[in-house]
Ligand binder design. Structure first.
Ligand code: DX5
Ligand code: ZN
Length: 219
């Protein structure tokens, strides 16, 4: 499978939403990554349901929603209603992860589980066959534009092995500090989906930045 690119809206210019929507629609982006932060699970607040709801009719790509919130169970149906296609919950925020994953799938969404940089991959041993995707955080969640944590490569190898050993069909997504400089190495290590915030929206030509991340042309 050719890898997928999911630009993260967090790095977009919210004062120019129309042009940002055009960038997303006219680029080779496969999904739109949407970071929901509650100021409690992570030390930052981003945007929420009304923003997703108003964007949904204008974006021609699936919504890859990354919940960085406490008690995600409370909001599963709200995010479905707001247009989420894939819902990622943090392992660290779910006491009853199996139930949460089940509830996401029952709502008709793809279910993803996200691991913070310090959370080992082996903790997914008993849930890996139930999830559609695993999102590996390659920075500490909460902010865009941070430095990529190199230990992610080791976690990609661990995750790839776990998925193969268990016969899981989960996709592997990497989020944080992804650039044109490390994209190829991430794909080689097993990533199926790359999230990119600042590497896309802070680039002089965001559409071209997506193209390069997708096709690895030299800058
Ligand atoms: C961080 C978010 C990321 C962020 C990535 O908490 O989950 O999705 O937007 O931004 P960059 O690509 O700039 O590291
Ligand atoms: Zn994210």
């Amino acid at each position: 499978m050719k890898h997928l690119i999911a630009p993260s809206l967090l790095a977009a210019d919210f004062a120019k939403m129309e042009s940002q929507i055009e960038i997303i629609n006219n680029s080779d982006a496969d999904w739109l990554h949407l970071d929901i932060m509650d100021g409690a699970f992570v030390p930052n607040i981003s945007f929420g349901l009304p923003v997703l709801k108003s964007l949904r009719p204008h974006i021609e790509k699936p919504f890859d929603v990354h919940l960085m919130i406490e008690n995600p169970d409370k909001f599963i149906s709200d995010f479905k209603e707001a247009g989420a296609d894939l819902l990622n919950v943090h392992y660290e925020a779910c006491t009853h992860l199996h139930r949460t994953i089940d509830a996401i799938k029952k709502e008709g969404m793809q279910a993803g589980v996200t691991l913070n940089p310090h959370t080992p991959v082996f903790l997914l041993e008993e849930i890996i066959t139930e999830v559609d995707l695993v999102l590996l955080m390659s920075v500490n969640p909460g902010f865009g534009g941070q430095k990529f944590i190199e230990n992610t490569y080791k976690k990609l190898t661990d995750l790839k092995n776990l998925i193969e050993r268990k016969g899981s069909r989960a996709l592997i997504e990497v989020d944080g500090g992804v650039t044109i400089a490390n994209a190829q190495q991430l794909i080689n290590a097993g990533a199926d989906v790359l999230v990119a915030g600042s590497a896309v929206f802070n680039a002089p030509d965001p559409i071209n930045a997506v193209y390069e991340l997708k096709h690895f042309l030299p800058e």
